[in-house]
Write a protein that binds this ligand. Structure first.
Ligand code: ATP
Ligand code: MG
Length: 635
């Protein structure tokens, strides 16, 4: 860590309350807060006690005087061909209309509203309308299957659901409303009303009389609506978001109001280096934490312009993102390593066709960022790539470079240092003692968690404590991720604690092996799991996607590639990490958020049931895995 960042970080921990009281000036408070922090009931932290504020006011109303005519939201869809933009004044008007419609349907402060929407502007209206009314939004990623949606309905018990007739993905219509109908049928606590933004994509959509309402005419009836904001006490919930569910039953992450606003506003400057008036293009989805924080709230709280894109990164062609950059001139982009790897497999000529000169930073998060991918994209774009590590639970980065405070050198493969506000410890899994330089430990945070982080599990304080704070003797928040920290203080994430492979007593991180495999020039991506082995306990099994799949079409070709993969691992990590088996496939099974479903891979490799697959993106990936691990047919 550099001196000035180190001092900044130290102050955020040692002089925590003064530090955050200063940051709190970034937002409007209807009523000033008293104590900065109430930590009388660890690990529950309440920030900005007694202060009253509102997220919608801070995201929109506050900017009207100075930037009413500045674009707030640019939306474009390569699925429907629609595009346009809303100034702060126009977005404010739309949100007021939507809030009036919801109010007319009986939505009040504290009610839950479940938003199941595609990436269209109306989704943003609905989310900010909830914030305006003090209603708690719970956005569920569009396209989640009915039974996962039903489980979320039963947990959140929404008064209202907001949806669309359909979403679109790669030209295929996904009938959202139909999925909602199914989910409501399966649900024990269905909402009273369903508000539908009808895009006319699903002519077969059916309406349930008395329950389903068409948004367009209701909006027309409220064109001049002015809905006063509901002032919330800082700790009152703003939203619930269920975790992606890569590792099990999703938890309802509950976020507060004041801490959330302050943390995001500060991150826009210190981490993302953005000023009011700048433009940000975040390629995530509003259904994920990244989308909540960096498509919607973060940029708007900072008075910026946000770009919202419905469509695939490779359609109509792999140049689409760069065309968007050329046209809308964002200073900062935020995406995921998976998406960049998808582009890396395409012809780089697409990138060269566009002027991406407006970009200064590309932030990538969500999974480990391997060095070849980071190098490739940073060279192609000529911008700085900033790997940042966080979780749905925290809502903003835990580990990241903070160029807005001090520009420090970065190391490939590392999301750099603990972000200000986070008091991190790398702890030995068994002893709970801090580990030394380059020793493997579990990434933990000493509570209180900083503003913006989850305040509890929705409706289940006990589960919050049990899940996150009970793994060690001392009360610390566990991220359930492994990492090392080098002598200079840089962190390297090794994978999840339940992804570790134990080969003959040696503990190997899946990520280390994946990275080693990825250094082979023919490899596009790899996923590694541990599979049962009668002798060694576990054996390393690798699933590898090659840049050119034809290389393994012949048996000889496959054998040669397998040898090459094994030799690469031997060379970098030693024979102990060498995969016992290498399977070549053309697609890794991933969640919709781009995370490899290692649990399912492992189960299939052990010929067990792959478990809950509701978040699986493309089912054909699973078929490939099944075929790859099937015992060879006798000739
Ligand atoms: P669930 O908690 O429901 O199983 P999930 O953990 O996949 O789902 P998220 O909160 O979206 O849901 O993902 C956070 C996790 O993603 C982190 O705990 C870490 O494992 C991984 N991750 C995020 N950013 C990075 C990064 N920059 N480098 C390495 N891993 C990352
Ligand atoms: Mg998680």
């Amino acid at each position: 860590m550099g001196d000035s960042y180190q001092a900044f970080h130290r102050r955020s921990i040692e002089d925590r309350e003064a530090f955050w009281a200063e940051q709190a000036r970034r937002i409007d408070w209807h009523k000033p807060f008293g104590p900065v922090l109430d930590y009388r009931r660890p690990p529950f932290a309440k920030w900005f006690v007694g202060g009253e504020t509102n997220l919608c006011h801070n995201a929109l109303d506050r900017h009207l005087a100075e930037r009413g005519e500045q674009p707030a939201l640019i939306y474009l869809s390569t699925e429907t061909g629609q595009q346009g933009s809303y100034t702060y004044r126009q977005l404010h008007a739309e949100v007021n209309r939507c809030a009036a419609v919801m109010q007319g349907l009986g939505v009040k402060k504290g009610d839950r509203v479940l938003v199941y929407m595609p990436m269209i502007a109306e989704a943003v209206f609905a989310i900010l309308a909830c914030a305006r009314l003090g209603a708690i939004h719970s956005v569920v990623f569009g396209g989640f299957a009915s039974h996962s949606l039903a489980a979320r309905i039963d947990d959140a018990r929404p008064k209202l659901m907001v949806t669309s007739d359909a979403g679109m993905r790669g030209g295929k219509v996904i009938p959202y409303k139909h999925l909602v109908d199914e989910a409501i049928r399966l649900s024990a606590t269905p909402p009273e009303k369903v508000l539908i933004c009808n895009r006319g994509l699903d002519p077969g959509m059916s309406w349930v009389a008395g329950r389903d309402l068409d948004y367009a005419p209701l909006r027309e009836a409220h064109l001049n609506a002015q809905v006063p904001v509901a002032w919330l006490e800082s700790s009152e919930p703003s939203y619930i978001l269920y975790t992606s569910g890569t590792t099990g039953k999703p938890k309802g992450v509950q976020r507060d109001t004041g801490g959330h606003a302050v943390a995001l506003a500060a991150s826009m400057e210190y981490i993302f280096c953005c000023d009011p008036g700048d433009t940000m293009f975040c390629t995530s989805d509003i259904g994920w934490a990244v989308g909540h924080s960096y498509i919607i709230y973060g940029p708007l709280l900072r008075g910026m312009t946000t770009v919202m894109y419905e469509g695939l990164p490779i359609q109509p062609d792999p140049g689409i993102w760069w065309r968007i950059v050329e046209q809308h001139r964002p200073k900062v982009m935020f995406s995921s390593p998976t998406a960049v790897r998808v582009l890396k497999k395409q012809d780089p000529a697409y990138l060269k066709q566009y002027d991406v000169g407006s970009l200064r930073y590309l932030f990538l998060a969500g999974e480990p960022l391997d060095e070849p991918t980071a190098r490739w994209i940073s060279q192609e774009l000529g911008v700085e790539v900033i790997d940042n590590y966080w979780q749905t639970e925290t809502g903003w980065p835990i580990l990241a470079a903070t160029p807005g405070i001090e520009k420090l050198p970065r190391k490939f493969g590392s999301p750099s240092f603990p972000v200000y506000g986070y008091d991190m410890r790398l702890l030995h899994e068994q002893t709970g003692e801090p580990v030394g330089a380059n020793e493997r430990g579990v990434v933990t945070i000493v509570p209180p968690l900083p503003p913006g982080c989850m305040t509890t599990v929705w409706g289940d304080d006990e589960r919050f404590v049990q899940t996150y704070f009970s793994g060690f003797r001392q009360q610390v928040y566990s991220t359930f991720d492994w990492a090392t920290r080098d002598a200079d203080g840089y962190y390297f994430i090794l994978g999840r604690t339940d992804d570790v492979i134990n080969v003959a007593g040696h503990r190997l991180g899946t990520r280390e092996i994946e990275e080693a495999i990825s250094t082979h020039p023919a490899v596009a991506e790899a996923a590694v799991v541990g599979t049962r082995d009668p002798v060694k306990g576990q054996a390393v099994t690798a699933f590898v996607v090659l840049k050119d799949a034809t290389q393994t079409q012949t048996e000889a070709g496959a054998a040669a590639m397998e040898k090459a993969v094994m030799a690469t691992v031997d060379e970098q990590l030693g024979a102990i990490a060498r995969p016992a088996q290498v399977h070549f496939i053309t697609l890794l099974p991933k969640t919709r958020s781009g995370k490899v479903l290692r649990r399912s891979l492992q189960a299939l490799a052990e010929r067990r049931d792959p478990g809950d697959l509701t978040t699986l993106d493309d089912p054909t990936a699973l078929e490939q895995v099944r075929a790859a691990v099937a015992p060879p047919r006798k000739k």
